[in-house]
Ligand binder design. Sequence first.
Ligand SMILES: Nc1ncnc2c1ncn2[C@@H]1O[C@H](COP(=O)(O)OP(=O)(O)OP(=O)(O)O)[C@@H](O)[C@H]1O
Ligand SMILES: [Mg+2]
Length: 318
Amino acid sequence: MKINTLSDEYEEFEFMDHGRTAHRKRRKAAPDKQKTQPNHLTDIQHMDDGMTNWVPSYAASLDPRHHERWWVIESAGPFYRDQIITDLTHLVKGGKEANVYRCDAHPATGLEFIAAKLYRPRMLRHLKNDAVYKAGRQLRDDSGKQIKGRRVKLALRKKTTFGKSVDIQWWIGNEYRTQTLLYEVGADVPQPVAHQGNVILMAFIGNEYGPAPLLSEIRLEADEAHALFRRVMDNVALMLDHHLVHGDLSAYNILYWEGDITLIDFPQMVEARHNPHAFELLKRDITRVCDYFGRFGVTADPVDLTLDLWRPYMGRDW
Ligand SMILES: Nc1ncnc2c1ncn2[C@@H]1O[C@H](COP(=O)(O)OP(=O)(O)OP(=O)(O)O)[C@@H](O)[C@H]1O
Ligand SMILES: [Mg+2]
């Protein structure tokens, strides 16, 4: 599991966990002792109670036969056991590709709430124009290492079950890595917290009453619109500085909270150096942003703005 937010408390937990594993191994290797302590396995099971059988309160509210119940328990369980979240309480939004839930954060994370994005196994069927976004990308595994094996590449090309699972990991891992990079360079994105399997955890934007609204749901005064427009464009420029184009930017993927904006939703991000569609995607992102802010008095030419960013970028020494 990759974890971005580590505190002393968390490291201590990891340490204790390793201690426990070692303890189990030692006991296994000493059969004589087992005779004198016949109940140790039951003891360990008892110790794990509440961890292995954890049911988040949102799942507890669902019918036991509801598939979402098991999906949530299995997906969020590892983060509960690693003490990153203490509960998963609300469905923020259900979508075709993923559901987003609000979780109570473990104090060790330094956050109050965490957003958990759970991807559906069948997400790939819904990704629009998969090939456009993937063009020029190097295949990477869950840990970011380039995938080289012939067998894996073949499986991906032939879309075997194994190939599909590598593919899903690739998309999700890519979203997480991109978000981490952007957060580290100071972009307005939610702080990434952890990633494992089909789940990404990040800081929740909002409060106990609910998530931040999308920019598309907000009406802005002209002054604020101008300031936020500049802010969004600064983020677009910062991304391009790091060879990235969001690829699905619009008022539907920007949160508005306490006067600030936060960009979300990165699985379709493209690498500007390698993707032949990068310019078109950048232009589309900027056009959608201009369309939204245009409603509140911001006048800007999206093609000019795109070229203003793209020309110096292309003339740059890489
Ligand atoms: N960090 C967050 N804090 C608060 N709310 C969030 C966060 N991330 C996502 N959301 C909410 O969840 C919704 C879906 O998230 P996101 O856009 O990443 O997923 P998606 O599967 O692409 O959904 P959609 O198809 O609706 O765009 C967002 O529109 C937003 O309302
Ligand atoms: Mg979205």
